[in-house]
Design a protein around this ligand. Structure first.
Ligand code: ZN
Ligand code: ZN
Length: 106
């Protein structure tokens, strides 16, 4: 009987100690998930726009046009982010004014 009471007391002490830690962890998971989701929405908005500005000279560069795939060397027309021949994804493309690489994925 005494051992049962002792086990219950230990369980209660553990619960009191661990509950705030679990609550803090849940809050951390929720906040970091929200920040990640917000960043992905901003990235999607950026890539869905018809143009993207150069970080160096500020020129607006069209995301649709004629491109050369860095993977299979094919020339393709359309959205810069995905080669229509081999399916390789592009992570950057050069600014048409200054040549600086513009990142597609942040
Ligand atoms: Zn530029
Ligand atoms: Zn390709």
């Amino acid at each position: 009987m005494e051992q049962r009471a002792l086990r219950a007391a230990i369980f209660a002490i553990k619960a009191v100690i661990l509950a705030p830690l679990f609550a803090a962890y849940a809050l951390w998971c929720a906040l970091s998930g929200w920040l990640r989701l917000s960043g992905r929405i901003q990235g999607a908005k950026r890539l869905l726009a018809p143009t993207i500005s150069c970080p160096s000279c500020g020129r607006e560069n069209a995301l649709a046009g004629r491109w050369r795939c860095a993977s299979c060397q094919a020339r393709y027309q359309g959205y810069v982010g995905r080669c229509s021949h081999c399916g390789a994804g592009a992570t950057f493309f050069p600014c048409e004014a200054c040549g600086i690489s513009i990142r597609l994925v942040l």
